[in-house]
Design a protein around this ligand. Structure first.
Ligand SMILES: O=C(O)CCC(=O)C(=O)O
Ligand SMILES: [Fe+2]
Length: 346
């Protein structure tokens, strides 16, 4: 398969020889990475005694690594491999076949509720393509995949979707379990009223985004794979490959999040920041494309229940639906998300 034909047209390399790829790029060892990286680590099997550590990580960083999470390493590896395989299929087949309940997008991660890409105008094209998968709708993806079949490439898309669906079914159950465990410990740390907080995390809202960040062949390039943003979720949980590129903003500088093979990255989203009365930080982060390889990541997002009203002393009461509608309107009219400040009390 000629990889170039799998990229959205603006991401394709002008014809000519492929640039040389340094063989050891992105292959530092886990130990070296862990020594260099200041991101807090939370052990999921010790949450009962690490609750305080978890709270500290959410207050000071808004992001942490989770280890001993119980997701087999092999599942993480296979999931990224399948995502890679799907993205390497021809662009036109992906566009034609990755249809509802899936949505295929590129150039922006912002989608309308119906799944079409929402390009705001003020921001340029993000060097990314993705697939949005609502986990609750996985059973609708029969063995026929996300669309009808035609030629060989189409059959390959259908097969790739079916095998992804099977992995995502298992992965989704693991991630819902992890989100629930973490949220329970966070709600305790924040002393949230259980009568309110029980609807603050609804597993049925979970969805997964698969991303490919195509490498950029221009030497010394520094493309924006994803603009700086905070997530609108309660929690987001990321599984990334070994290429790297995720950065978070802390103390007025960008900090690189090094890839660690068997750890997941969790970040606090806007909903949790509001629930916590701004004690926890919905961390600003972005993705940079600097390496000569494509990067693949799989991100899980989970939200409050549809009718759950978030109550806090800093914001007027709102539902996630209110928040999402405001974000969509701001992206359309201003070109960017304003987010929580829209709901802040004076
Ligand atoms: O791909 C990544 O590392 C991050 C993705 C992300 O920040 C998002 O989808 O909100
Ligand atoms: Fe994000």
């Amino acid at each position: 398969m000629e990889l170039q034909s799998s990229y959205p047209p603006p991401f394709r390399r002008p014809s000519g020889p492929a640039p040389a790829v340094a063989p050891d790029e992105g292959s530092r060892t886990t130990n070296q990475i862990q020594e260099q990286d200041p991101i807090p680590v939370v052990d999921l099997q010790r949450l009962d005694v690490e609750g305080e550590r978890l709270g500290e990580a959410c207050r000071a960083w808004g992001i942490f690594r989770v280890v001993n999470h119980g997701v087999p390493l092999d599942l993480l590896t296979r999931l990224r491999d399948r995502a890679r395989r799907l993205f390497s299929l021809p662009f036109e087949s992906k566009q034609a076949l990755l249809v509802a309940p899936l949505s295929y997008f590129w150039g922006t991660p912002v989608l309308t509720p119906s799944g079409s890409a929402l390009l705001g105008g003020a921001q340029g094209v993000n060097w990314v393509e993705g697939l949005n998968v609502p986990l609750g709708q996985l059973p609708l993806l029969g063995d026929g995949g996300g669309g009808g079949g035609g030629g060989d490439d189409d059959d390959e898309v259908v097969t790739a979707v079916a095998s992804l669906r099977n992995l995502l079914q298992v992965y989704g159950v693991h991630l819902a379990r992890i989100a629930k465990l973490l949220f329970r410990a966070m709600a305790e740390d924040l002393r949230l009223d259980p009568a309110h907080s029980k609807s603050y995390l609804s597993e049925s809202t979970g969805f997964v985004r698969l991303y490919r960040y195509p490498h950029c062949s221009k030497a010394g390039s520094d493309m924006s794979g994803m603009e700086a943003h905070s997530d609108s979720s309660v929690l987001s949980i990321l599984c990334q490959d070994e290429v790297g590129g995720l950065e978070l903003y802390k103390d007025e500088q960008w900090v690189q999040v090094q890839p660690v093979p068997d750890a997941l990255i969790v970040n606090v989203g806007d909903m949790l920041q509001a629930m916590s009365d701004d004690e926890y930080i919905s961390v600003k982060h972005r993705v940079k494309v600097k390496k000569p390889q494509d990067r693949t990541s799989v991100c899980y997002f989970v939200f409050p229940g549809q009718d759950s009203v978030i109550r806090s002393s800093k914001y007027r009461p709102f539902t996630y639906g209110d928040f999402q509608a405001q974000v969509q309107q701001d992206v359309k009219t201003l070109g960017f998300k304003v987010g929580l400040p829209r709901f802040k009390l004076d």
